[in-house]
Design a protein around this ligand. Structure first.
Ligand code: HOZ
Length: 425
């Protein structure tokens, strides 16, 4: 028995499913989860001492790779000054100034502790601001696990095959309306029926929790237009795409200005962080400036702020960071496409910047329904092969592959060799 297997056996006795977040249980790929002991640069090392080339990067935040010296140094210095004060600090002001200086649509920002919390709070702010209750989300988009968002959600909800979670009272989701990703008509229909009641449309500007699903030309522009016409707010959930598709996230990449934006883990450099922000008049609704209540003892935690500030400044100040990362990732994804052209199995490879996802289906993947046509057993076989080759992919069909700047050109070649060995056998 491996140490990971033993730890899983022990964990299962006292943690639901043996893990603290469902996807990491490896359930949908039929493997035992690897328990990670440490990580450095582009690699993870498990409890058995096996190393893996990491294409998960803690689900996004480790865009610089693990243990970047500048981030570690900032954390060490912050730790020495105190772990938590439950009071305002200079670092929080610096973080707010930094985010507002980078993302043009954000004039004010509130720090929280996770993407789930960021979305929950942004939705509340949108309702407080508009005085409306209804919310439009898209099937397959994942916005964390707050009650109102667990309707046709992506990520682990999608692999679990439960479109709606147990334990969520119907009263909590009756104002959540679901539209089809990349289908503006489905959005128009909801606005025809409920236009004056819709507080906001929330969307992952590039879907990354039903696998990777890209917005088609005109989709985000259409959402912007519809929201403006109806006095509803447009919320971009940039928990995955923020500081990943570029310094100003998907909104900069596609040139669309949302009213509110949510961020997650990436702005904490690996520490538990989230944030939501947007136009001043909307954010001034939030307590104590306004009547929308939202609070948190650990929000803006000094150690998390130090890590996040160090990481974001590196992303901002490293010349050509995103060009380089996208070029490297592009070589990986086009290399995979070349190999897959020769493969007999049906496939679709969706990718953008340093995010990608291989689906096992003949249908182009453009929404929840087409993502669901992927053969998840074929994905599981591919996943197991890659893991044996020492390559750690997201353990679910409906997650993204994240490339970090720590991955070398040689490691891209190694990855392509492993892909080739699978498809050419
Ligand atoms: N899709 C999730 C991140 N957005 C996976 C991580 C998790 O749920 O643990």
């Amino acid at each position: 028995m491996t140490k990971s297997e033993m730890l899983f056996e022990r964990g299962i006795k006292h943690i639901p499913g043996g893990v603290n977040s469902p996807v990491r249980a490896f359930g949908s790929v039929g493997e035992t989860p690897r328990f990670i002991a440490s990580a450095k640069g582009s690699h993870l090392t498990d409890a058995d001492g096996r190393t893996y080339l990491d294409y998960v990067g803690s689900w996004g935040p480790m865009i610089l790779g693990h243990g970047h010296p500048a981030v570690l140094e900032a954390v060490e210095q912050a730790c020495k000054k105190g772990l938590s004060f439950g009071a305002a600090t200079e670092a929080e002001v610096e973080m707010a100034e930094l985010i507002c200086s980078i993302v043009p649509s954000i004039e004010m920002v509130r720090m929280v502790n996770s993407g789930t919390e960021a979305v929950m709070s942004a939705v509340r702010a949108s309702r407080g601001y508009t005085g409306r209750n209804k919310l439009v989300k898209f099937a397959g988009c994942y916005h964390g696990h707050s009650d109102a968002m667990l309707v046709k959600a992506g990520s682990g909800v999608m692999t679990a095959g439960v479109p709606d979670s147990a334990g969520v009272p119907s009263g909590c989701t009756e104002d959540t309306l679901t539209a089809v990703y990349n289908d503006l008509e489905s959005v128009e229909k909801l606005f025809e029926a409920y236009g004056k009641e819709i507080a906001a449309v929330i969307v992952e500007p590039a879907g990354a929790n039903m696998g990777v699903v890209l917005p088609e030309k005109g989709f985000l522009e259409g959402l912007r237009r519809i929201c403006t016409e109806h006095g509803s707010l447009l919320i971009f959930d940039e928990v995955i795409t923020g500081f990943r598709l570029g310094l100003s996230g998907a909104q900069g990449y596609y040139g669309i200005e949302p009213d509110l934006t949510t961020f997650g883990k990436i702005i904490g450099g690996g520490m538990p962080v989230g944030a939501y922000g947007g136009r001043k008049e909307i954010m001034e609704m939030v307590a104590p400036a306004g009547p929308v209540y939202q609070a948190g003892t650990l929000s803006g935690n000094p150690v998390a702020m130090a890590a996040g500030l160090a990481q974001i400044r590196l992303l901002r100040d490293t010349p050509g960071f995103y060009e380089e990362l996208h070029k490297k990732s592009g070589r990986l994804f086009t290399g995979m496409e070349e190999i897959l052209k020769e493969a007999e199995k049906p496939w679709q490879l969706n990718h953008i910047g340093s995010l990608g996802c291989l689906f096992f289906t003949e249908q182009p993947v453009r929404d929840y329904a087409s993502a669901k046509t992927s053969d998840t057993e074929a994905f599981a076989r591919y996943f197991s092969h890659m893991l044996k080759e020492g390559i750690y992919l997201a353990p679910s069909q409906f997650e993204a592959m994240f490339v970090s700047s720590a991955v070398t050109e040689e490691e891209i070649d190694e990855t392509l060799t492993a892909v080739r060995r699978y498809f050419m056998k």
